[in-house]
Design a protein around this ligand. Structure first.
Ligand SMILES: O=C(O)CCC(=O)C(=O)O
Ligand SMILES: [Fe+2]
Length: 208
């Protein structure tokens, strides 16, 4: 292993020790069109199971509601938001720093979603207030059970399917938040809990 491939923190070669691959060596970028892309970084976070346990047990999980089609609906998942990165679990602060230096965007807050089982989901959406710039880079870290993550054009059309495993990073880039929608659909076959960590940047919340 070269120096560049060493994890930023944690111990090299110890998959149970939490750490990120700051070289992003496994990254591959899928172009959605001329302006937008999704990058998949398999195994970016090692020791994903211990981070999952820490977040599951430590989060002040909140049940959110939102307006959908003129109706207030209960979101079929739980969320905890850290508006100030300094109050987030240390491993997430370190992950945010690694993402900031790699993508050149300062991730200064984040939210964490808990999909309790296969019936929890998030519908088609763009990330709205946190992504008002024309081009944004939005990293999402997956932990726990693997669920499908779909992306399709805002005006409709075929979707691209990603299947992030625990420890994988998916990064939506370019005009993904305006020209595309993403979702995590419910699934028929039973599965255990999944957690996703969404890294956000105040700079991207201001229109350019
Ligand atoms: O859980 C995921 O992978 C995505 C969650 C998401 O898109 C969001 O919370 O805005
Ligand atoms: Fe989203």
């Amino acid at each position: 292993m070269t120096d560049a491939a060493l994890p930023l923190f944690g111990e090299a070669g110890r998959p149970d020790v939490p750490g990120v691959d700051e070289s992003f060596a496994t990254a591959h970028r899928v172009r959605l069109d001329g302006h937008s892309w999704v990058e998949h970084v398999p195994g970016w976070f090692t020791g994903a199971d211990s981070l999952f346990d820490e977040l599951l047990g430590g989060g002040a999980w909140e049940q959110r509601r939102r307006w959908m089609y003129g109706e207030m609906v209960v979101e079929p998942r739980l969320t905890v938001q850290y508006d100030d990165l300094a109050t987030a679990p240390v491993l997430l602060q370190q992950a945010a720093q690694a993402l900031s230096s790699h993508y050149g965007v300062t991730y200064d807050h984040l939210w964490v979603n808990l999909y309790r089982d296969h019936r929890d989901s998030t519908g088609w959406h763009g990330d709205g207030a946190s992504t008002r710039r024309r081009e944004c880079v939005v990293p999402v870290l997956s932990l726990g059970a693997s669920r499908r993550f779909l992306v399709r054009p805002t005006g409709g059309g075929p979707s691209s399917t990603f299947r992030p495993l625990a420890g994988d990073l998916l990064v939506m880039g370019g005009r993904c938040q305006s020209d595309f929608r993403h979702c995590v659909p419910k699934q028929v076959s039973p599965t255990g809990p999944r957690i996703s960590v969404n890294f956000a940047a105040s700079s991207q919340g201001r229109a350019d």
